[in-house]
Design a protein around this ligand. Sequence first.
Ligand code: EPZ
Length: 420
Amino acid sequence: MDKLLIQGGRRLRGSVAVAGSKNACLPIMAAAILADGPLTLHGVPVLEDIRALGDLLEELGLTVRRDGDTLALQVADTEPCHARYDLVRKMRASICVLGPLLGRRGRARVSMPGGCAIGPRPIDLHLRGLEAMGATIELDEGDIVATADRLHGAEIFLGGPFGSTVLGTANVMMAAALAEGTTVIESAACEPEVQDLAACLNAMGARISGAGTPRVTVEGVQSLQGCEHTAIPDRIEAGTFMCAAAITNGQVRIERVRLDHMVAVVDRLRAIGVIVEPADGGAEISSTRRLTAVDATTQPYPGFPTDLQAQLMALLCLADGNSVLTEKIYPDRFLHVAELARMGARIRKEGPTAIVTGAKRLVGAPVMASDLRASAALVLAGLAAEGCTTINRIYHLDRGYQRIEEKLLALGADIRRVAE
Ligand code: EPZ
């Protein structure tokens, strides 16, 4: 298992390009199950999660070929319908094959995803949506077994106790694309990744309107064709590099960023005192002074994303005053708190809220990565800390960040990967 060694205290300078969005690519890859022709997807980052879904899709009868950042996906066999526990447990997002399998092949057997480090992650809303379209759903030996002759359109409410569901909206949208009649999804997730999936499905011949709003309408069609599509840039990777520039008092140009997907993030960064300037398809991020404490609450899009909560917390560890961070999507997503404390952070957790009292400095320490975004927060803290930080178990990082240490090295960080 690899680990990262970071010697903190270097100001980051230069330019970094953001990869295509992991969370846009995953459901779009699954959408290839629906198409009668090849799907050519550009902007696919080289990540463990993408590779894991590629393996699963191959088991489900697709050919998956990579050429640089382009993936070519095509159905070769429509018989397999079983997403095995071995593959699903490696990556929870595998659940996004459920809707396409059911919609195109009339049956799906998908291992029920278990819990994960960021807390319980039920899929009741996915199942409720598919049932409303006429699917029969049973649980058998830990697998969800879903069947339907042909799904029919329905009015479906997808709001849950924590707001809308991103992959639930994706699953229902993909299943509805080939259903008989019209489906209306109320309280649909509005995330840019859902919009990107809808754009790709429409390019395949689907008839989806309203994606990006809480009401999405899907008029079912008989078949879908292949298409060529480019994934949107990864707003979470972009936000992570923005925090990296800010925490090191650096000056970084971020290429290929969609600031219109990051309004809440830019709002909070500016409130902290970070300068964010749009610059010709990218953004210039700089910070030259002490940071100011702010409050932030994670919410469904367009609110502040839960996937950047840990990174923002790392930044606020060095801001003057008390910041209040409240997690409204995953109330238990705070495993990074104890690790940041090992580096001198002053954080008090009260239920779904963390109160961060800015410290004058962080100090390097050996720390343990617990999940993808928590790992990114530890990298940020390590960049700013005095001395050496060792981050163990960085396979989490490789699930979601393509060559993060190479990108940071190019910006002037003192960082290296070593085999444990
Ligand atoms: C997506 O997960 C992302 N994953 C997550 O990113 C992200 O944190 C999350 O959306 C929230 O933005 C991918 O896109 C692959 P949800 P998803 O269903 O769709 C509750 C990362 O770091 N809920 O929108 O699985 C759920 O427990 C990952 O890249 C139900 O109650 O999340 C949570 O509180 C981690 N019932 C909230 O809704 C359901 O049926 C939002 O979850 C489904 C969800």
